[in-house]
Design a protein around this ligand. Structure first.
Ligand code: GLP
Length: 241
């Protein structure tokens, strides 16, 4: 794992977007693994800027998002499908047919997991996977557990995640379940970029970097990836030596 520390979230967004732009310009039909949450929003903003300045085109890019809530209509204002369209897809030239999500309303999540795995494999796998991190060390929605998962699966969200994410839903109770890429699906990406900003992530980041590999802190598995980059602001890095 390569750990890079930046002064602030803005500098991370510039560096993270540059990494994506370089990969897309090298391989026009790059396969991007994308993440939701507040952390990647500034990076998506920089990608939109790069597109508008003519520095990159998403015309041939394929995307796969990490996760989606269950029991929420696809076009609900809080679905990750809506989030990605609002934060990135609607503002760039990505083709809707090249945008992939897990279907959180699929009746048979195991069949849905198989479909997603096959779809990723059929385009040669993910070239770069973007990740945020939960305050409990989750990636995607892989919550702390007794064992690492492999392909996508249906997860019961932990109280910690519900406490962190309920704010986006206001007074409406947020979903209790989600479909998420498993740790195996994430680790098969050729390159991984995890970004974390703010003091609320400092404990999870310190555990990930210093605490050894354990499914109790899912992000720690990135220690075993051959090409994982971790971009932190000073606050997220504040518990590192
Ligand atoms: C959600 C997403 C994760 C994300 C995490 C942190 O639970 N499933 O992919 O990394 O939240 O979100 P934020 O960046 O808002 O702190």
């Amino acid at each position: 794992m390569e750990v890079k520390i930046y002064d602030n979230a803005e500098e991370i967004a510039v560096a993270a977007a540059k990494l994506f732009v370089d990969i897309i310009n090298e391989k026009n039909d790059a396969v991007l693994g994308l993440a939701t949450g507040a952390t990647p929003v500034p990076t998506y903003g920089k990608l939109i800027e790069a597109y508008k300045n003519g520095e990159v085109s998403f015309e041939k890019v394929r995307t796969f998002n990490l996760d989606e809530y269950c029991d929420l209509p696809k076009d609900d204002k809080n679905s990750y499908y809506t989030f990605m369209h609002e934060q990135l897809f609607n503002a760039v030239d990505v083709k809707e047919e090249n945008v992939n999500f897990l279907d959180g309303n699929a009746e048979d999540w195991e069949a849905e997991s198989k479909r997603y795995a096959e779809a990723m494999a059929s385009v040669g796998g993910i070239d770069i996977q973007l990740l945020g991190i939960g305050t409990n060390g989750h990636i995607g929605f892989n919550e702390p557990a007794d064992a690492f998962t492999d392909e996508s699966f249906k997860v019961t969200l932990t109280q910690s995640t519900i406490n962190s994410n309920q704010k986006y839903f206001g007074d409406v109770p947020m979903p209790r379940y989600a479909l998420t890429m498993g740790i195996g699906s994430i680790m098969r990406a050729k390159k991984i970029l995890l970004i974390a900003t703010g003091e609320s992530k400092a404990k999870a980041i310190a555990g990930m970097i210093k605490g050894g590999v354990t499914p109790q802190l899912p992000a720690s598995v990135l220690n075993e990836h051959q090409d994982a980059i971790i971009m932190l602001d000073k606050a997220a890095a504040s518990l590192l030596d």
